[in-house]
Design a binder for this molecule. Structure first.
Ligand SMILES: *Cc1c(COP(=O)(O)O)cnc(C)c1O
Length: 421
């Protein structure tokens, strides 16, 4: 601490640097006072899964409950199903019974067990149980904001960046997130997109510039071991493909899927990167932690992707706790996404200023490893653009003026452009 005070580049706080840029940091928020109390009011998860299982599935043995097929078979997909477990609010009832809810509802018994049945504003509940706000189409929203259909090279393959492609291998998920960027296309059978695989693989073979393949969907980890093995062997056999990544929410919504069979498939492929969709610290149960650790043990490199959601995870304490919990199970926070403007998403979308404020409340206050990149996936298909709080607050001929995480000003002596003699 003391060393900073003797640094000649520290500027006394009341001296304003020149050319203060618009939106510059005015001072760091205290992360511990934002949305204060949120953590203390959190739903206690201790023993919750066990209690839920005993109450609603008294015949489910450990073996059954921990079998991912059992979890899939017992998914909750209709209003009347849901009523067996909790009393939906009037809003939820209207949404579930309305034909306007275009995109399917599904949640695994495991994930439903993490939801507080008495609290309509429970964060996980909002992410998977439809609400009537989904029927409100906000300004600028569209079914395919990222214009994936326009950057589709061949069916099931989005080629938007120079060296990597997005391979949509299935339209099925065990649990549908209400803010899903691909809500326009998800909901099919696990193998519904399989007929396009050959064409997509052919395209990758022909395009030698593709060195990175993102296997996504739907959720590719809902494919059978055999199909996944086939897919990974085909893609990794292509000489110019240097890395493969799998995008999945399975470790959070269906951790039972991370079983010995899957691990024996995944461990054959190196390097294998897995981007885990994680939303809230309540998801990091013993089961989810075991799943992440098992994936890390088998040699996969783990990152996380989180969508910033109003009333769900839009506070510094919640995000910090989520990122800390991910790091403890060897998942490096990779992206924090501004919520895509899909149809009916306004109730989930925060302002970008809020996102910057949250990033500002995290960076510097905790390990750099815990800080993801905050990005907007640009509507129209421009790709991901990083968004930063304003740390560069001004410059003159000799200095760049920087505001640190505490809001203190520092200057960095800029190097002169070297002129060739
Ligand atoms: C996000 C995305 C990728 C991967 O982007 P990275 O920034 O490399 O993680 C690739 N293709 C498409 C279409 C994407 O949306």
């Amino acid at each position: 601490m003391g060393q900073f005070n003797t640094n000649e580049n520290v500027i006394i706080d009341d001296v304003e640097p020149p050319l203060i840029r618009r939106g510059a940091l005015s001072g760091a928020p205290n992360p511990h006072h934002q949305n204060g109390g949120l953590q203390e009011e959190r739903f206690p998860l201790e023993g919750r899964i066990e209690e839920f299982r005993k109450r609603f599935f008294p015949d489910a043995t450990d073996g059954l409950w921990n079998d991912w097929h059992w979890q899939l078979f017992h998914r909750i997909t209709t209003y009347s199903d849901l009523c067996r477990f909790l009393t939906p609010t009037e809003n939820e009832r209207r949404a579930l019974q309305s034909a306007d809810t275009l995109f399917p509802f599904s949640v695994t018994p495991y994930y439903l067990s993490l939801i507080d049945s008495d609290d309509p504003s429970n964060p996980l509940r909002k992410t998977v149980i439809p609400s009537i706000e989904e029927a409100n189409i906000g300004k600028g929203e569209s079914a395919d904001p990222l214009a994936e259909e326009h950057t589709t090279a061949v069916r099931g393959l989005v080629h938007r960046y120079p060296d990597r492609v997005l391979f949509l291998t299935t339209s099925f998920c065990s649990t549908y997130c209400r803010y899903c960027t691909r809500s326009r296309m998800v909901g099919g059978h696990t193998e519904a997109l399989q007929k396009y695989w050959a064409g997509a693989i052919e395209y990758i073979k022909e395009h030698t510039e593709v060195r990175d393949v993102v296997i996504s969907g739907g959720d590719p980890l809902t494919l059978s071991d055999d199909l996944l093995d086939y897919l990974l062997s085909e893609v990794t056999a292509i000489d110019h493909v240097e890395m493969v990544r799998i995008g999945t929410k399975v470790p959070m919504v269906l951790p039972q899927r991370i079983d010995d069979g899957l691990i024996s498939v995944l461990q054959k492929y190196r390097p294998l990167y897995i981007s885990i969709h994680a939303t809230h610290p309540d998801e990091l149960t013993a089961e989810a932690s075991r799943a992440c650790n098992a994936l890390a043990d088998c040699g996969a490199v783990l990152g996380s992707q989180t969508v910033l959601l109003k009333g769900v995870n839009d506070s510094v304490p919640v995000l910090t706790e989520l990122f800390h919990k991910l790091l403890r199970v060897r998942v490096k926070p990779y992206y924090l996404f501004q919520c895509d403007p899909i149809l009916g998403s306004e109730h989930f979308r925060t302002t970008v200023d809020k996102g910057k404020e949250l990033m500002q409340g995290i960076r510097g206050f905790t390990s750099g490893y815990a800080v993801p990149q905050y990005v907007i996936d640009t509507p129209g298909g421009g790709g991901k653009v990083p968004i930063y709080p304003q740390y560069e607050v001004g410059e003159d001929d000799e200095h760049l003026y920087l505001r640190n995480y505490e809001g203190k000003l520092f200057s960095y002596p800029t190097a002169r452009e070297t002129t060739k003699c």
